[in-house]
Write a protein that binds this ligand. Structure first.
Ligand code: Z5A
Ligand code: MG
Length: 220
């Protein structure tokens, strides 16, 4: 009897600025996929539950201080500690919706002044998303959503710099075609944003996916 191979899960990343609605849309997307009979799981970076994640959490809440390079490497290590699980989940047919990923790692550290290529380096060869949805919002519109919070980085000037670096990452990702990058206008209502996101998910769900790629592997 011929063995039927199970289609692997999709790896979808949701990126964007503070208050752009990443967590809102990531949760809605998981629910929508599950309603459609697709086995979907939400993951989030930073994953504050691990011991590395707890150090990151304390840093973000300004309860501890760390060298810019040290915290950058911890954010990356926090992704690497989940990398083999990501591969296993995808191989077992589970679709992953990931709230922030390596792109946030580059954007925030480069916005602080660290060299762009240095920031990208530790994340080279992480599992590559099949699709990244970048939720774009102006700092003015983000402010209307209750203003920025208490954590480190939640300041307008920083968010502007982060937006610029995300612009560079998006252009490079689109040019390289190794992993799809789509910009979504996150300034619309939650339902409208959800609909636009869904219109980008459906074609990927209908595609027979190859092996999971590796981020920026051509740079190695
Ligand atoms: N960071 C880093 O430096 N390096 C790294 O490698 C990684 C991260 C992975 C913590 O991230 C910080 O870590 C972050 C980047 C840095 N610093 N900053 N800034 P986080 O993911 O834990 O926190 P966050 O994502 O920045 O914050 P957030 O507030 O959770 O943003 P969000 O998820 O995009 O938004 P939301 O929670 O879905 O929505 C925010 C509010 O807006 C909420 O009241 C919603 O009800 C409302 N909302 C959402 N959508 C809409 C629409 N469409 N209309 C109106 N209102 C809306
Ligand atoms: Mg969030």
């Amino acid at each position: 009897m011929a063995q039927q191979t199970k289609q692997r899960g999709m790896f979808i990343v949701i990126e964007g600025l503070d208050r752009s609605g990443k967590s809102t849309q990531a949760a809605r997307l998981v629910e929508h996929l599950q309603k459609d009979g697709i086995d979907a799981k939400l993951i989030k970076f930073p994953d504050r539950t691990t011991s590395i994640g707890k150090t990151i959490d304390s840093y973000l809440r300004s309860q501890s201080d760390l060298d810019d390079r040290a915290i950058h490497l911890l954010f990356s290590a926090n992704r690497w500690e989940l990398a083999s699980s990501i591969h296993q989940w995808l191989a077992s047919g589970i679709t992953l919706i990931c709230d922030r990923y390596a792109f946030s790692g580059i954007a925030f550290s480069a916005a602080k002044g660290l060299p762009y290529a240095w920031c990208r380096s530790p994340d080279i060869a992480l599992p590559a998303p099949d699709l990244t949805l970048f939720l774009d919002i102006t700092p003015e519109k983000a402010k209307e959503r209750g203003g920025y919070g208490e954590e480190r980085y939640e300041k307008e000037e920083m968010q502007r710099k982060v937006r610029d670096v995300f612009g560079r990452i998006g252009s490079e990702m689109s040019a390289s075609r190794e992993s799809s990058w789509v910009v979504v206008d996150a300034g619309e209502t939650m339902d409208e944003v959800e609909q636009v996101i869904w219109s980008h998910i459906e074609p990927v769900a209908k595609t027979v996916l190859g092996d999971v790629g590796k981020l920026w592997q051509d740079i190695l």
